[in-house]
Design a protein around this ligand. Sequence first.
Ligand code: RNT
Ligand code: ZN
Length: 421
Amino acid sequence: MKKEFIEKAYQIAKEQYAEYGIDTDTVIQKMNEVVISLHCWQTDDVGGFEKPEATLSGGGIQATGNYPGKAKTIAQMRQDLDKVMSLLPGKQRLNLHAIYGEFGGKLVDRNQIDVEHFQGWIDWAKERGMGLDFNATCFSHPRAEDGFTLSSKNEENRKFWVEHVKRCRKIAAEMGKQLGKPCVHNTWIPDGSKDVPIDRNGYRTLLKKSLDEAFSAEYPKEFMKDAIESKLFGIGAESMTVGSHDFYLGYAVKNNKLICLDNGHFHPTEQVGDKISACLQFVDEILLHVTRPIRWDSDHAVTLNDEIQLIASEIVRNNFFKRVNIGLDFFDASINRIGAYVIGTRAAQQAFLIAMLEPTETLKAYEEKGKNFERLALLEVLKTRSFGAVWDYYCMVNNVPAGGEYISEIQKYETEVLLKR
Ligand code: RNT
Ligand code: ZN
């Protein structure tokens, strides 16, 4: 797209939004507050590098598809992430999983991992001025095969996973310390039961005990923050999930942890956007896993839909940026993986931009006066305003492709890099 064209369209949009009291230049500045944590696992379908050809297994999560070009080494993964970031405006963080350490060809079991295996990533992030986030990997492992980890009745397995989470928290704290930006460590476990269990209570008591043990070491919150992620059900764990929303919200409130809300982990008509202001009455911070669940926790690439819009709007309307950590969580292996990242991240960013282009005070005033027709009408009118012109301009000033220009960039990367793997 021609620079003059983008500028011209922007000037018109700027005047349009000014009519509603919105200054688009200020909005573009404010977009700096939107820092999205890129989940590393879209590069390789949640395989990791513990051993060659590692694949995702168990846990009720699945990556479907076998589009060519998957990252097979950490070097390829880094190359892909750099490519992704070159196509995104603004600054991102990187969210790593414990299976993505540099293990030097040795089998380092999960209860053995340490900072040294992630020093390369810390240095990589430092060079790019990025923050890191981290996750224990409590799936794709022989000790998770029976479907239970931190809530396992097999004491040896339970202890193994407690040790893993402890080590991951230590690594996370070191990441935050070295990078000067707090690292959010998220714990998600697959534990659950395919068929109707008898001892729901027993498993939940064990999970509480394991979390208490795993979280026993305290770290300054400038270095690391703990998040715990709930889920409704997974394939193979349809009847009961030990770490349900009630369980973790209770644990988070009582122990001052972050609650992680993944919008694929609730009944389909529940909206995570509605949960943000509810949870923030009782916890200091939230972690979001932004995804697109189609009928179930399918983890499709995020698109600009009502669900992501409500999430973004709630954060912007209440200026919750310091209290809501935004992470992505999808893994589509059926399309170009770099493309999936870029579509998903740009969609999330666009939702924030749209939210910032809203005359919230006017809408609130309507609401408080009971002028609900006017509120609905203005919301509808806003849908038709030229946010795309503001988006293109925002991309242009960030030196990244505007509009659909990223499509050909990704096609080129596919031919030159991905198809040669
Ligand atoms: C699984 C959870 C979890 C994972 C990642 C890979 O249902 O959403 O967050 O997707 O840890
Ligand atoms: Zn998630």
